[in-house]
Design a binder for this molecule. Structure first.
Ligand code: PMP
Length: 360
């Protein structure tokens, strides 16, 4: 049992049973006598695991049959480039909705490849909210529309996804994938670095609708083209074997917990514990508009920076890890990914109340 509560923004907390089964596989994977770090990505044992991982993800996210699932390297950041290289390089305009730091990075990459229209931005509001539907100016025949479903740094999350009609909706779900039920059929591509809700750093999940797989121009470098990855079931080259193993274990854990619907309920409870304090208190101040609040990352401020530092120092002594806000915004941020137990959120809520009282 751990004696710390991990509120890290990413890499994030992993379920304890996953750490246990991974530690066993580090010594002996599937009875092979080899470590998961030593086994071939083309061995029958690993191949079986890879097939099962895809099936588990399909089951957990209820992914329709006309989607392909990839486990790639390069992080979500490589997808910022790969998506326009595959879909936009041949021409047309892509819509991007700018909701913060990571969305801006995606935009920066896309602009290097093709034409980008910023369909909406909440930059002028310091990214403290998601744009309202009437603020979003979509291009009629855009090649795709890109959003960031959860903004890890600012703590905002799309509650209702924009309706882009026939234009494929592409979503960076790095910080909220499998944390809530999502209708995958509404998306063209969903991608996520695994290191928050799905596994360790080093593997990125890409869920791509079949008709979008083969759109890259001929001169696109092979490894940056979706098609060879799809044709080779993520093993065009050596895939991130160990990281995929951990994703497999996390997905099994999700199933054991009752699936995404059950996990979502717990996430709702965890978030409500902290937001109810922010709503009652004049000491703590949430930084996000209510209608845009994230269930994954909850940023808040205290009356002064000195008090914030004291809060972090006392929290650290009590075993709360990772509560410091992102360096670009400061303050406090509680990241509460799937594997953070309800008990940890309760302990943090208790500590917040106690700390406020001690300063009254
Ligand atoms: N998108 C979002 C929403 C993120 O939170 C992050 C990382 N924190 C990234 C993209 C970048 O991911 P990576 O480091 O895997 O490239």
């Amino acid at each position: 049992m751990r004696n710390v509560y991990i509120f890290n923004p990413g890499p994030g907390v992993l379920p304890e049973p996953v750490l246990e089964s991974t530690s066993k596989a580090v010594l002996n994977f599937a009875g092979t006598g080899m470590s998961i770090m030593e086994v071939s990505h083309r061995s029958k044992q690993f191949d079986a695991l890879l097939v099962e991982t895809v099936d588990l993800l399909k089951k957990v996210m209820e992914i329709p049959d006309n989607y392909k699932i990839l486990f790639l390297q390069g992080g979500a950041s490589l997808q910022f480039a790969m998506i326009p290289m595959n879909l936009l390089a041949a021409g047309g305009v892509a819509d991007y909705i700018d909701t913060g730091y990571w969305a801006s990075r995606a935009i920066k990459e896309a602009k290097k490849i093709g034409k980008v229209n910023i369909a909406a931005s909440t930059k002028d509001f310091n990214y403290t909210r998601i744009p309202a539907p009437d603020e979003i100016k979509l291009t009629k025949d855009a090649v795709y529309c890109h959003i960031t479903s959860n903004n890890t740094i600012y703590g905002t999350q799309w509650q209702t996804f924009p309706n882009t009609g026939k234009v494929p909706l592409v979503a960076d779900m790095s910080s909220d994938i499998i944390s809530r039920k999502v209708d995958v059929g509404k998306f063209g591509i969903i991608y996520a670095g695994a290191q928050k809700n799905m596994g360790p750093a080093g593997v990125t999940t890409v869920i791509i609708r079949e008709d979008l797989v083969d759109k890259a121009p001929e001169n696109t470098p092979t490894l940056l083209t979706y098609k060879p990855h799809v044709e080779n079931n993520s093993c065009y080259n050596t895939c991130p074997v160990m990281a995929i193993f951990v994703v497999h274990e996390v997905l099994k854990w999700v199933v054991d917990m009752g699936g995404v619907a059950a996990i979502e309920k717990t996430n709702d409870k965890k978030a409500a514990l902290i937001y109810s304090i922010l709503d009652k208190s004049t000491f703590y101040k949430g930084t996000v508009e209510k209608g845009s609040r994230s269930k994954m990352n909850i940023p808040f401020r205290l009356p002064t920076e000195d008090l914030e530092n004291e809060f972090l120092s006392q929290a650290g002594k009590k075993g709360f890890i990772g509560l410091k806000g992102h360096r670009s915004v400061g303050g406090i941020r509680a990241s509460m990914y799937n594997a953070l137990p309800l008990e940890a959120a309760q302990k943090l809520a208790d500590f917040m109340v106690e700390f406020e009282k001690s300063k009254a």
